[in-house]
Ligand binder design. Structure first.
Ligand SMILES: Cc1cc2nc3c(=O)[nH]c(=O)nc-3n(C[C@H](O)[C@H](O)[C@H](O)COP(=O)(O)OP(=O)(O)OC[C@H]3O[C@@H](n4cnc5c(N)ncnc54)[C@H](O)[C@@H]3O)c2cc1C
Length: 309
């Protein structure tokens, strides 16, 4: 891992920095590149605009590692309102939740119950996605995911291609017909847990993508979504799909709001399924730091906005 990336990921966990950074206008301005705003209405307005371009959306309310039951309850209530609003406005927008924001650190049972309440309220035709967090949470997240799938086949899980274990996790999930959003992985992980070099991670990602696409066609995967901004990798995946005669609308690429916008539109116009994850909320600091770590050149926006203030 590069030194800058490691430093930014370490800073993402720092409470002192979080409390200070959130107050500075130049930081907020830089964050706005990746977020349409802090409120649900901002996120919904962005979803409407993206829909006009034939780009699907997934909303996520920023937050993680909550430390009391009331907070978990508050997050669940918020998402219930979100689902009600999305349904009443007839948006096909889905949601993606972080289990540590729904009480995983407090009690896996409580957390599972909260997700069940959301699934009971979600339209069964839409996927409710579960984010994957740092490696220490993977077992607990997968356990909850498997429990949920039995009653709610429309639950989706994020898997990280950088983890050595992920190929085996995919194999274990296939008999349950999962929905999988494949990412490279955003956290600082040691070498015994995760691959460290981009080339090796890309090889792992492409191998998993091929497997998921074939499994989707064979009926063992309900939905596969490739969440990456890596244009070269997306090109390899779409080429593979074309070579296997997989219909374009069976191949879904998801990106983060504000990143590779032209590529999002190009895919949608080309007939591929293009989606964007729109984050909102005021707890954006760790999330924003992970975006900087993914591309340290993004630090340049911070510097420019600081200079402009
Ligand atoms: C929809 C979605 C959901 C995600 N959910 C999770 C999750 O649940 N758990 C998890 O661990 N990770 C998640 N991630 C993050 C993911 O793991 C990666 O950290 C992130 O997508 C960067 O990797 P990449 O695949 O884009 O490839 P990279 O190799 O990192 O980047 C490829 C190229 O994409 C562009 N790019 C990538 N990131 C940025 C950026 N931040 N700003 C500007 N340009 C950029 C650059 O041009 C870069 O050269 C999610 C990502 C997406 C798109």
């Amino acid at each position: 891992m590069g030194a800058t990336r490691a430093l930014l990921l370490a800073a993402s966990q720092n409470r002192f920095l979080r409390e200070r950074a959130s107050r500075y206008a130049f930081v907020k301005k830089s964050v706005s590149r990746f977020m349409p705003g802090e409120t649900l209405d901002d996120a919904i307005a962005a979803a409407r605009k993206l829909k006009e371009q034939n780009i699907g959306t997934v909303l996520t309310h920023l937050g993680e590692n909550i430390s009391d039951h009331q907070e978990a309850e508050k997050v669940t209530s918020h998402y219930l309102q979100v689902l009600e609003k999305l349904h009443s406005e007839n948006l096909e927008t889905e949601i993606s939740v972080k289990l540590t924001q729904l009480g995983l650190d407090l009690s896996p049972q409580l957390c599972e119950q909260q997700v069940r309440r959301l699934l009971d309220a979600e339209n069964p035709g839409r996927t409710l996605w579960i984010d994957m967090e740092a490696s220490g949470y993977v077992d607990a997240t997968l356990d909850i995911y498997k429990n949920l799938l039995a009653k709610h086949p429309n639950t989706g899980i994020c898997l990280q291609a950088y983890l050595h274990r992920t190929a085996a996790d995919v194999d274990a999930l296939l008999p349950m017909k999962p929905s999988i959003r494949l990412v490279k992985g955003a956290y600082a992980e040691p070498a015994n847990v995760a691959m460290q070099s981009k080339n090796v991670i890309d090889v792992s990602y492409f191998a998993l993508a091929q497997k998921l696409l074939r499994a989707q066609i064979g009926g063992d995967v309900r939905r596969a979504a490739f969440a990456t901004h890596d244009a070269a990798l997306i090109g390899r995946i779409t080429d593979f799909a074309a070579a296997e005669n997989i219909a374009k609308n069976q191949v879904e690429v998801q990106m983060l709001y504000g990143i590779q916008r032209a590529e999002q539109v190009r895919l949608a116009n080309g007939g591929w399924r293009s989606g964007v994850l729109v984050a909102y909320g005021d707890y954006w600091y760790p999330w924003f730091m992970r975006r900087l770590a993914e591309r340290p050149a993004n630090l340049w926006f911070l510097v420019r906005n600081l200079a402009g203030n």
